[in-house]
Design a protein. Structure first.
Length: 286
C-alpha cells in the first residue's frame, strides 16, 4: 500500500461526525458506533449486516497503523469502506482513548431482534439485567462468546451495548454472536422460557449451589443465565422470575467473585454439561 498523499483535517466534518458518536444520543440517532483497535476493526470488516454489506462504514487510520495492518485496510477498501488517513490527534479525538491503536472504525448497529434469537431455539444465553458498568458488560459478552453461547440479551435497565468501553471490553466478540438490547427482563424471561430454556439467576446468596446442580445432572438442557448489577446483584422481583437461583460456591476465603468472573464460571459450567453425554449439545450416535 502506498503512503497517502494527504491526512484528513482534524476539523473535517467526517471527524466531527465520528467524534459525536461518543455520546449515546448521537449513537442512537445515527445507529452507528465506534470500534477501536485492529481486532475490533478486523471483525467489523468481516461482519455482514443487512444486504450482505460490511458492518464497517468508515475507517480512520494513521499511516503507521495502515502499514502495520495493511491486510485489514485492504480488506476494508475491498469491501467499499471509505478509509481516511489521519494523525494521532484525530485518532485520539475520535476513539476517546489516551493511547489509541491507530485504527478506528465507524460501524452500523448490529443488535438482533429478540424474536429472531428465540426463533433460533438457543441452548445457552446470557441475560444482563441491571448491569450498569460498560466494561463488565463487554467482558461478560466476551465470556459468553468464549463459552459458545448462542446469544446475549441486555435488558432495558442495562448499560448501552455500544458504549465505547463496552465495545473495547468485548474484544471483537460483539461481532460474533447475536445480541438483543432494550428487552424488559420480564419479557426476556417469558420468551426464553416459552422457547424451552431453563432460567437460572446467578446470585451469591442463591439457594442452589452450582456444584450441586452439576452433580444432579440438571445443567445439560437449554439454559439462560441472568446476571445482575455489580454492586447489589439481582432484585428480588427478578430472582422470583427464575426457575432456580444459583450461587457459585466459594471454597476459599474470598468474600465474593466479581460479575465477569462469576459469569464465566456459570456459562462454562452450562457449556460443559450441555456437551456431556445426554446434554442438549451432545452428539447422538447414529
Amino acid at each position: 500500500m502506498g503512503t497517502p498523499a494527504e491526512l484528513i483535517s482534524p476539523r473535517s466534518p467526517r471527524v466531527a461526525a465520528a467524534r459525536r458518536l461518543a455520546r449515546r444520543n448521537f449513537r442512537t440517532k445515527e445507529r452507528r458506533f465506534i470500534a477501536e483497535g485492529p481486532q475490533a476493526v478486523r471483525e467489523a470488516v468481516e461482519h455482514r449486516g443487512g444486504g450482505g454489506a460490511s458492518t464497517l462504514i468508515e475507517l480512520f487510520a494513521t499511516v503507521e497503523a495502515a502499514e502495520r495492518y495493511s491486510g485489514i485496510v485492504d480488506a476494508a477498501l475491498d469491501a467499499g469502506v471509505r478509509v481516511h488517513y489521519a494523525g494521532d490527534e484525530v485518532l485520539a479525538d475520535v476513539s476517546q482513548t489516551v493511547t489509541p491503536q491507530g485504527l478506528v472504525g465507524v460501524c452500523h448497529f448490529l443488535d438482533s431482534p429478540f424474536e429472531d434469537i428465540l426463533a433460533a431455539r438457543p441452548k445457552l444465553v446470557a441475560v444482563l439485567a441491571h448491569v450498569r458498568d460498560p466494561g463488565n458488560a463487554g467482558t461478560v459478552l466476551r465470556c459468553a462468546d468464549a463459552a459458545g453461547a448462542d446469544a446475549v440479551v441486555l435488558t432495558d435497565a442495562s448499560v448501552d451495548l455500544y458504549n465505547p468501553k463496552s465495545v473495547r471490553a468485548s474484544v471483537g466478540s460483539l461481532f460474533h454472536l447475536p445480541v438483543a438490547v432494550g428487552v424488559p427482563v420480564e419479557q426476556a424471561v417469558a420468551g426464553l422460557r416459552a422457547a424451552g430454556v431453563r432460567i437460572l439467576a446467578a446470585d451469591g446468596a442463591g439457594e442452589e449451589d452450582l456444584d450441586a446442580e452439576l452433580d444432579a445432572g440438571t445443567m445439560g438442557g437449554p439454559s439462560a443465565w441472568v446476571f445482575g448489577n455489580e454492586a447489589w446483584g439481582l432484585p428480588q422481583e427478578t430472582r422470583d422470575l427464575a426457575d432456580a437461583v444459583v450461587r457459585v460456591p466459594i471454597h476459599g476465603r474470598a468474600e465474593s467473585l466479581n460479575l465477569a468472573t462469576a459469569a464465566a464460571v456459570c456459562l462454562y459450567a452450562s457449556a460443559r454439561a450441555q456437551r456431556a453425554p445426554g446434554g442438549c449439545r451432545s452428539v447422538t450416535p447414529s
